[in-house]
Design a protein around this ligand. Structure first.
Ligand SMILES: [Zn+2]
Length: 292
């Protein structure tokens, strides 16, 4: 289950405008549909590549935002009062117990000192005897002050962080003079499935009615340019993601190279079962995204 536990205050790294963003205590990554290009449908959580837009007109990545911390407040909370059941160190009681054995105080202190010295020789720390000073009493509740995350109603005077839509990714990709390589690549990764979206419904129809021809997957110049840029980026990585490289090559209809990339992925940790659908599509020279 996706759960929100409070709201963080963040600031745009370009203009310092302040926003709030949900702080998730758990995230459900389940989705009804998953596609080979990374598109998920029906999920309860979508980070959108971590890209957000700002009123200053620029986009930024959440990891670059200035994190001002969780919005907290002090609230009085009822807790069970366990007063009386706790153990405590009672040295006078300990000393009195020793006196019952008819030792003088000087003898007792000498004995404690002597035993302590011997213990220190054989173990680094000595322990003080625990003595319960009173018996447990009936449990009752009491109020304590506690710092807790603020509810949304107490944060809503600050605007929520602004989501950037898929189609807006071109506003980042086409302006390399305004953005660094990292956010451009994050935008390209989001743009990839967006440009493929037109193909999903025809392909799902084909999956239900296999007597139909496989729908035609025709790359626009924009798609081709995006796939090649992503391919170059992934190929330059120290530890290349061969599954993604294979997928990019398959969509570019470079089927032999795609198969070689999938074989490399298989030699790594990926199981043959994971790659079965991708390699079958490659063998059948299907270039479009497929459900996985
Ligand atoms: Zn800004």
């Amino acid at each position: 289950m996706t759960r929100v536990s409070g709201y963080r205050q963040i600031a745009c790294p370009n203009c310092l405008s302040v926003y709030i963003t949900p702080s998730y205590s758990s995230i459900n990554m389940m989705a009804f549909e998953r596609w080979s290009d990374g598109r998920t449908v029906g999920g309860l959580y979508n980070n959108g590549g971590g890209i957000r837009s700002c009123q200053c007109g620029k986009y930024y990545r959440m990891k670059d935002a200035i994190d001002m911390g969780l919005m907290m407040e002090t609230r009085m909370i009822e807790v069970w009062d366990d007063d009386g059941s706790e153990t405590a160190f009672d040295l006078p009681a300990f000393l009195r117990r020793q006196e019952d054995n008819q030792l003088t105080l000087i003898e007792l202190l000498f004995k404690i000192f002597f035993i302590t010295k011997i213990k220190e020789r054989f173990q680094p720390f000595t322990q003080i005897t625990e003595v319960t000073i009173s018996k447990p009493v009936d449990r009752k509740k009491r109020l304590v002050a506690k710092e807790v995350p603020k509810d949304f109603k107490d944060c809503e005077h600050i605007p929520l962080v602004q989501w950037a839509s898929d189609y807006e990714m071109e506003n980042i990709i086409n302006f390399p003079e305004k953005y660094d390589q990292e956010i451009i690549m994050a935008a390209r990764k989001r743009y990839w499935p967006f440009l493929n979206d037109y193909y999903r419904e025809p392909f799902k129809t084909y999956c239900k009615h296999r007597w139909l021809p496989v729908p035609r997957f025709k790359l626009s110049n924009e798609q081709k340019e995006n796939l090649i840029a992503l391919l170059e980026f992934y190929q330059a990585e120290d530890d290349p993601d061969w599954v993604t490289i294979g997928e990019l090559l398959r969509e570019l209809s470079r089927f032999e190279e795609a198969m070689a990339a999938f074989e490399k992925a298989m030699q790594r940790s990926h199981s043959a079962a994971d790659l079965e659908k991708l390699t079958r599509a490659t063998r059948n020279k299907i270039a479009g995204p497929i459900p996985i």
